[in-house]
Design a protein around this ligand. Sequence first.
Ligand code: TAP
Length: 451
Amino acid sequence: MSTDVLNPATEAVVATVEQHTAESTRDAIGRAADAFTRWRLTDPAERAELLRAFARAVDADLEHLAQLEVAEAGHTISNARGEAANVRDVLNYFAGGIERHLGDQIPVAGGIDITFNEPLGVVGIIVPWNFPMPIAGWGFAPALAAGNTVVLKPADLTPLTAMRLGELAREAGIPADAFQVLPGRGSVVGQAFTDDERVAKIVFTGSTEVGQQIMADAAKTMKRTTLELGGKSANLVFADADLERAAATAPYGVFDNAGQDCCARSRILVQDTVFDRFMELLEPAVTGVVVGDPAAESSEMGPLISAGHRENVAGFLDGVDVAFRGQAPAGAGFWLAPTVVLPRTPHDRIVTDEVFGPVVTVQRFSTEAEAIAMANDSVYGLSGSIWTRDIGRGLRVTRGVESGALSVNSHSAVRYNTPFGGFKRSGIGRELGPHAMDSFTETKNVFISTD
Ligand code: TAP
């Protein structure tokens, strides 16, 4: 069976991709399990050099990868270049970790006690369509670095960059069976990963619903899981903030990648004394977002990923009070203008549910305690921003907000050298940062008697 990959900006077919079956997936897992017996024993310096060679191959192919991402995912070309560069940087970062992934030597009576970081085996990585390249890299780079082999399923809508990364890995000398990219349906290939006893860990990014199902299925074989799921993050603007900057940057904190970002700051909460002024400043910032052909250097926002997804997002806007809208092209492509909504109650669907599109709500709060309570009034807890000139308040509020990745006076993007992941139903575990390789190893404790 094959699937057509569409350009979301034009609806033209970009490529037709053969899908894996459950049987061919099981065969690939078997080969990955076999390759693990050799890959885990590679000399650490040699493994590091192979990952660096992979990073160099990505760097040499950066513009091609970026153009592929524009074509299959509708990302703006400037974002797409940054995403390809992120894969390169993540590979280099974890290549540097291989020879520094230290164990402990623990003082005990009667001998010596040491720990080893043992790789898990075959890691199954399931990638969504919203950031096909970086999310793949955040999984495969630390997994391979720690000595595991990888089977990776890209999203059905966006398999092309992952397939190219698979080719580049082979060209760089990574053994073909140590890193395999298997395009196909989640219900077929993804499910085959979760069901297979030989897969030791699943790294999943996507919807909370599918994440919950994977966690339940993984429990049957006690697989390790890292889950990066949905978000409904708050952007808290206090009266003492640099309001001009807070308003000018707010659209980019939520409309980047057309709002198809689990970290989107999709609830703006503004202190009531400056609410009207903030809205005056926000309107030109929103209408000024350049929405258009993602291949154009000047574009700041492209289309949504698919017709079905645009329909879902547009459904959230039925019957809501729109404060103002930006612009979007007409004609072919899955376009939707950036939209600012004034909710009627804190329980409106537009406030509680992840829209995953270019839609933001704006609400008022009066006190710091109320701001924290409103930010935390969500089943999610992934990211968020706090705008204030009071450093004490900035710290108090970041400690109070139940989220995994917060920024003060910025909408900090995910960085490869800092941990990323969610509280509550935004997921389990952390990716990236100095400790990421730990989640791809088991700690083995060994006591050696000196008696
Ligand atoms: P999901 O259905 O969760 O898809 C994410 C990935 O999981 C895709 O590769 C998908 O495969 C795969 N998958 C689906 N069912 C599976 C199963 N039973 N076992 C294993 N893998 C499975 O997300 P979506 O449909 O793309 O988007 C739906 C909503 O999820 C969005 O509107 C958004 O709210 C949320 N979402 C969140 C994120 C992040 S970063 N948190 C990313 C994407 C979507 P296919 O190729 O068959 O789709």
